[in-house]
Design a protein. Structure first.
Length: 287
């Protein structure tokens, strides 16, 4: 029920379509790969799946094949008619929209943005490099209806999202992911399965939302402001990089954090302790 490479090429040629570089379109054209992704997502009958950037519908069909209820989101107005013709006969709901600006409450239903009532959705997606990190972080932060994610991204992005203290890729996105979820790289995807073939390696990241944030009883905005300042000057000791935010020696001592440490040495719990032990003041969000 999925699309072969020949079928993907025929759809593109038959409809006069070319993958958009601006939208980062690289269509998966291998039935084994999309079925593997569906298996790793662990979805089946009774599950509600939302796919971002469905493209021509190759992965969409593999998800529908599991018996899950699938909602496919696509931005490209030229690809949309083709996507609809491929997946709607299999019971897939297609929504036109930009995932970075979507009304997720309307798409996922009443209560989708209410942390006390939300839950029950799985996100599965092949995400372009330029939107992957902000999109994943926005969804973790603002769409609690999504319990789990399995996203295919550029390998470097995957490593950054799932990194922990001591990993070369560890940075601010890693801290933000760890605050909301447990993440792991669960597989690699060769460039040869895409049309067109990208010049980068891809990997699969699994994210499971925590029942509660990794750090509770702390000002979330303050925590991320400190981490942002620390990683913004990651070669400096925290005593220097956080001084402008009012973190003094007393705060470091109370938090059990060495003032000589650097940002990459602190996990999300340590950042939380610093946020709790230092005066909050007024920390504006970046524009």
């Amino acid at each position: 029920m999925t699309l072969s490479r020949r079928q993907v090429l025929d759809l593109l040629e038959g409809h006069g379509l070319r993958p958009s570089r601006a939208l980062g379109q690289n269509f998966v054209a291998d039935p084994n790969t999309v079925r593997r992704i569906a298996r790793l997502a662990g979805v089946g009958p009774g599950d509600r799946v939302v796919e971002i950037g469905a493209g021509l519908g190759s992965l969409t069909l593999a998800l529908a094949e599991t018996g899950a209820s699938v909602t496919a989101i696509e931005l490209d107005r030229y690809v949309l008619p083709v996507l609809r013709s491929v997946v709607e006969p299999h019971g897939v709901r297609v929504v036109e929209g930009d995932a970075l600006a979507l009304d997720w409450g309307a798409v996922l239903g009443e209560g989708a943005l209410d942390g006390a009532r939300a839950g029950g959705w799985v996100l599965v997606a092949n995400l372009p490099y330029n939107v992957a990190t902000p999109l994943v972080l926005d969804l973790l932060d603002g769409v609690p209806a999504i319990d789990r994610m399995l996203v295919m991204v550029q390998r470097e992005v995957a490593e950054r999202l799932a990194a922990g203290v001591g990993d070369p890729a560890y940075g601010l996105p890693s801290v933000k992911v760890a605050y909301w979820a447990e993440a792991a790289v669960v597989g690699k995807v060769p460039a040869t399965v895409f049309v067109p073939q990208p010049k980068v390696e891809s990997a699969l990241v699994s994210l499971h939302r925590r029942p509660a944030p990794a750090v509770t009883g702390v000002d979330e905005e303050r925590l991320f402001a400190l981490a942002r300042a620390g990683f913004g000057q990651r070669r400096k000791m925290l005593r220097r990089s956080l001084a402008s935010l009012g973190v003094d020696d007393a705060a470091f001592a109370a938090a059990g954090v060495r003032p000589e440490a650097r940002a990459e040495e602190l996990d999300v719990v340590a950042w939380g302790r610093l946020a709790q032990c230092s005066p909050s003041g007024s920390v504006p969000r970046p524009s």
